[in-house]
Write a protein that binds this ligand. Structure first.
Ligand code: IPD
Ligand code: CA
Ligand code: CA
Length: 287
């Protein structure tokens, strides 16, 4: 969509063209792509697929499969049909996409690969559109439960078409906390565990580690989790979830309290009432 803006300077007018993203079209493309990818994933999930070690290194738990790759190809094709000039950044063959592009799609074609590999029915497709570095549209789809989470900047978040409203006020001793462990272990693992220990000292109701970061963010937005933290995530893990969290009225930053960069980073998402209390803990144990 093209808006023409006129600025008056002295007696002459300057006419500037400003691109204004058509959010309903972007959302429709993102949702369509996620649904096509869901068909791919569910077919592989039903029929079975060979999982492979991802890096060729010694991380036997870092997996990939034809399901991840085909899903990403289907999503890319769908987006490129409508937006051939947009940049794509995705976990598999799109990982060298330019994260600073003006029009950027950030894609995790299968979030929760380890769950998928072990036939745990909890995984998702995550797709976000960023304009000039800011999230504008986010879609997370859980194909097993057919649960669709969407958000548009300044227009709220939805769960299966119903508005997600900010959950009621909470304190740390009234909530479940979600967490994750990135593939790098060692010090990061120890620090995650020491943060968890401190959360238990603060009488939280429990810790959950579901293994699909995009859905963890949706759990914060819905109020199932009072908060979630992980000391390292990639942009495709949080890009869509970030907007869903923000548009639900919750807060999301790095686990040190900074704005999320478009690169590997720690992440803290929380209900506004307990964000500060969580931040003190995640910051203290931050690697
Ligand atoms: C992983 C999941 C997991 C998180 C890892 C991510 P993948 O993504 O989101 O919950 O703890 O850090 O890498 O590899 O399944 O797409
Ligand atoms: Ca992921
Ligand atoms: Ca993935």
């Amino acid at each position: 969509m093209m808006d023409v803006v006129r600025f008056k300077r002295g007696c002459c007018y300057i006419v500037a063209a400003m691109t204004n993203p058509n959010t309903s079209k972007l959302l429709s493309v993102a949702t369509d792509a996620a649904r096509q990818a869901a068909d791919v994933l569910m077919r592989y999930y039903r029929d079975g697929v060979q999982m492979r070690q991802k890096t060729g290194g010694n991380r036997t738990y870092d997996l990939v499969s034809d399901a991840d790759e085909t899903s990403e190809a289907v999503i890319a094709k769908c987006i490129r049909q409508t937006y051939p000039d947009h940049e794509l950044l995705g976990e598999e063959s799109l990982s060298d996409g330019d994260a600073s592009a003006e029009h950027l799609w950030v894609i995790d074609p299968l979030d929760g690969t380890n769950n998928f590999a072990h036939r745990v029915p909890h995984f998702a497709i995550s797709i976000a559109y960023y304009h000039q570095g800011r999230p504008v549209v986010g879609v997370v789809l859980n194909p097993v439960r057919d649960e669709l989470f969407t958000a548009i900047k300044d227009q709220g978040a939805q769960f299966n078409g119903q508005a997600i409203v900010t959950p009621p006020a909470v304190s740390l001793d009234q909530v479940l906390i979600g967490c994750g462990f990135y593939y790098d272990r060692g010090d990061m693992m120890k620090r995650t565990l020491s943060a968890i220990e401190e959360f238990f000292d603060r009488h939280i109701h429990g810790i959950r580690r579901w293994g699909t970061a995009s859905l963890d963010f949706c759990s914060v937005a819905q109020g199932h989790f009072g908060g979630f933290f992980e000391y390292q995530l990639s942009p495709w893990d949080f890009a869509a979830g970030q907007l869903i969290v923000q548009e639900s009225g919750c807060l999301i930053t790095t686990a040190k309290g900074d704005e999320l960069p478009m690169q590997k980073t720690s992440v803290l998402a929380a209900h506004p009432d307990i964000y500060d209390a969580m931040l003190q803990i995640t910051r203290r144990h931050h690697p």
